[in-house]
Design a protein around this ligand. Structure first.
Ligand code: HEC
Length: 162
């Protein structure tokens, strides 16, 4: 290998290391409010801490394997999905503000939208949506994410290698 190739390799090494650190830095600051909302709303009760679903709801509620726009995510959290287990998190939904162009009186008992135990503000909903979009949707589960969710060095994250 020529010296040129070595320096190129070196360059890429530095580049990836930098990227790595940049990512962990942004993960802890920018998304921590969204993570707090994820915990506050007990999203992990149905979607798990890793966002792949599980528990009583199975893998069908994975937040990682789909591609929704940010606006669609905001709407699902605000309005829930009537007729499924996904509750709505915005207090005014179906009462003062229509969802999917409907209010409560458009539903019979079986499909009536269910509310979450704790309501969230629009600001909180937007933060948790950004969290879902940027860290979960279409992403692999990484050790960095795990340590972001729990704590650095957490036992839960020991077996995650990527
Ligand atoms: C009580 C259980 C439950 C809780 C709590 C819950 N979800 Fe859900 N969620 C579901 C179910 C079930 C679905 C799938 C609905 C369907 O079949 O379309 C879903 C779907 C979603 C979707 C749409 C996924 C897709 O790609 O279609 C998003 C986004 C979402 N949830 C985010 C959240 C967030 C963020 C929280 C916390 C603020 C949360 N959920 C709390 C049960 C729950």
């Amino acid at each position: 290998m020529s010296t040129n190739k070595y320096s190129l390799l070196f360059f890429f090494l530095i580049y990836f290391l930098k990227l790595h650190f940049a990512f962990s830095a942004s993960i802890s600051s920018e998304f921590s409010y969204g993570l707090n909302v994820y915990k506050k709303g007990n999203c992990m009760g149905c979607h798990s801490w890793h966002g792949k679903g599980g528990g009583g709801y199975g893998a069908g509620v994975s937040l990682r394997n789909k591609e929704l726009s940010l606006a669609e995510i905001v709407n699902v959290i605000k309005c829930g999905r009537p007729g499924t287990g996904m509750p709505y998190f915005y207090k005014k939904s179906y009462k003062n503000e229509k969802c999917y162009d409907t209010t409560f009186k458009d539903y019979d008992e079986a499909y009536r939208p269910i509310n979450s135990k704790r309501f969230l503000t629009i600001k909180q909903i937007e933060a948790v949506s950004t969290f879902v979009k940027e860290l979960l949707q279409d992403k692999e589960l990484t050790k960095e994410y795990c340590e972001f969710f729990f704590n650095e060095g957490s036992k839960v994250c020991l077996n995650i290698n990527n």
